[in-house]
Design a protein around this ligand. Structure first.
Ligand code: GTP
Length: 296
């Protein structure tokens, strides 16, 4: 490989709940930025973490559909969502737990397109008291489908994560960085702030609110350890605005408080957050709004 060649690509991390996907992502990218939500569609931008190295950039993406806690309710419609969410990734990391491969894992595995490189990640090997159990376990799973590689790791203890990245590397494509390095932090923080507000809106508003809600970060100022964030929530109708504000403004207060607490944990510093609800009118023509929504 020519030393100047840069490689980059998209990687999906999938697996049933609790196998350690978030832990793995956090330890791979070295930053706590994985966000979960009950409604998969709340994630309009699908990037969940970026690892930039001298010669390679790994962009980890969310895969709506795999996020569900109720895999047994998966139907054909969802199946399509899952498949299309994987269309643009270069490789899939299918995460399971050491010693614990069951029907729920099989359900996730069966949703993975046949023609896609799938790397099996056996997580939590630190839980295995008897290491001689690992090989027979691997041999059993290898019968389930063709994996391009099988890598046992401990996400929590940071073990074998370099081996995992090395196994992913051949699937990155030659090309420039997908995201410029110097923009990543700020862009991520703005994006994550919007995602957190959006996540709380969906969590606290139940099923009634349509997915047309957008969150625009109108101000994001860093003053030492303090972040001043102004978020505008754009809705289509006055009724939606009233729904989000709630009785005596209580719902909006709860949304803003929960979003702020998450932001403070995520950014590791104090956050001053203001959230407004706006009924949009002709907002789609507004270049400024489109830009802040990421549609440039
Ligand atoms: N022993 C051990 N525990 C781990 C390891 N990785 C993750 N865990 C634990 O497993 C639990 C689930 O981890 P998460 O990272 O939240 O799992 P997830 O797959 O993202 O879960 P969902 O968000 O529910 O899909 C947590 O209690 C982690 O601390 C590991 O390598 N070893």
């Amino acid at each position: 490989m020519n030393a100047n060649n840069y490689h980059s690509g998209f990687i999906a991390i999938v697996g049933r709940p609790n196998v350690g996907k978030s832990t793995l992502l956090n330890h791979l990218v070295g930053q706590k930025i994985s966000i979960t939500s009950r409604k998969a569609q709340t994630t309009r931008h699908r990037i969940s973490g970026i690892l930039t190295e001298e010669h390679a950039q790994f962009v980890f993406v969310d895969t709506p559909g795999f996020q569900t806690k109720h895999l047994n309710t998966l139907n054909r419609g969802l199946n399509r969502v899952v498949t299309s969410s994987l269309r643009n990734v270069n490789v899939v990391l299918f995460v399971i737990e050491a010693r614990n491969f069951d029907e729920r894992d099989r359900q996730v595995m069966n949703l993975l397109p046949k023609n896609m490189p799938v790397l099996l990640v056996i997580n939590k090997v630190d839980n295995m008291e008897n290491k001689s159990e690992l090989l027979p376990f691997i041999q059993e799973i290898a019968k389930e489908r063709e994996f391009t590689a099988i890598v046992p790791v401990s996400a929590k203890q940071n073990k074998q994560l370099d081996t995992l990245l090395n196994a992913v590397r051949p699937y990155l494509l030659e090309g420039e960085k997908i995201y410029p390095e110097d923009e990543i932090t700020d862009r991520n923080e703005r994006f994550l702030a919007a995602e957190l507000v959006r996540e709380k809106i969906f969590r606290y508003s139940g099923e009634e609110l349509p997915y047309s809600v957008s969150v625009v970060i109108e101000q994001f100022k860093i003053e030492g350890k303090l972040r001043r964030i102004h978020a505008a929530v754009l809705v289509d109708k006055d009724a939606h605005k009233a729904m989000l504000i709630g009785k005596n403004g209580e719902k909006l207060k709860e949304i803003a408080t929960q979003a702020r607490l998450d932001m403070e944990a995520l950014f590791d510093g104090k956050v001053y957050l203001e959230v407004w609800i706006k009924v949009r009118s002709g907002w789609a023509d507004n270049a400024q709004v489109l830009k802040s929504l990421g549609y440039e």
